[in-house]
Design a protein around this ligand. Structure first.
Ligand SMILES: Cc1cc2nc3c(=O)[nH]c(=O)nc-3n(C[C@H](O)[C@H](O)[C@H](O)COP(=O)(O)O)c2cc1C
Length: 221
């Protein structure tokens, strides 16, 4: 599956078939996650693999009773190592980069899951203290995402997307344009390219015309 297809196909799934994920597939998911970009290539994450049913039930409970989570054959919990990032990049690293690094690892994992015919959901609504106690996650690290993964048993509606017009600006934040397509066309330089192409054609045409006139005049002589 190419990247565009994986992006278009990926959806959050909350109902799973009763089917195990193979060890190879789990390894492929982890391999994709660890290849995500990270600040200074710190790879400031840990992945906890959870398949024990009792643990999955408790994880679901700690996710404010999102009970569907426990029906996934596998849960991967992504933990941020903020201290590592703080050491290199100070408070900004601790507060921002460490979160961004994990989010990127999760997105890689979600796309690879789609590619493998699996489905997964990014879950962040959980009681952090409960998850830390349950999975023995140490101080100075934070669980960032809980990802139930499995084979989808769900049919999705078409996803509603906000228009690009509502989320894109040109060169600086804010400002309204009358016609987004036209503004994009102008901004992208396509308009200039088209005009230049037209001018080149006209120029070429006028040279050819000049040559033809000269040819005729020369014949008369
Ligand atoms: C940071 C974050 C937190 C989320 N937390 C939850 C959650 O706790 N429970 C849940 O069912 N879905 C959660 N989701 C999934 C979103 O609801 C879902 O991505 C969104 O509705 C768009 O649907 P799609 O993933 O199918 O495109 C979360 C997604 C993100 C990015």
């Amino acid at each position: 599956m190419n990247v565009e297809d994986a992006i278009n196909k990926r959806r959050s799934v909350r109902k799973f078939k009763d089917k195990e994920i193979s060890a190879d597939e789990v390894m492929d998911l982890l391999d994709a996650a660890r290849k995500a970009p990270s600040s200074g290539n710190l790879q400031s994450w840990k992945f906890i693999l959870v398949k024990n049913q009792d643990s999955k039930n408790q994880v679901a409970d700690a996710c404010f009773q999102q009970n569907w989570i426990s029906s996934a054959p596998l849960i991967i919990v992504v933990v941020a190592l903020m201290e590592d990032v703080k050491r290199h990049y100070g408070v900004r690293g601790e507060m921002l980069y460490s979160v961004q690094n994990c989010a990127l690892a999760v997105e890689n994992l979600l796309l690879r899951a789609t590619d493998l015919g699996l489905s997964a959901t990014f879950v962040s609504a959980f009681e952090e203290g409960m998850i830390k106690r349950l999975l023995k996650i140490p101080d100075h690290t934070r669980p960032q995402a809980i990802i139930p993964i499995g084979f989808s048993d769900e049919v999705h509606d078409t996803k509603l997307l906000e228009s690009l017009e509502s989320m894109c600006y040109f060169e600086q934040y804010g400002g309204r344009v009358e016609d987004f397509d036209e503004a994009f066309y102008q901004w992208s330089g396509m308009a200039k390219k088209q005009v230049d192409k037209l001018l080149r054609k006209v120029k070429k045409g006028s040279v050819a015309l000049k040559d033809r006139i000269n040819e005729k005049v020369n014949k008369k002589d």
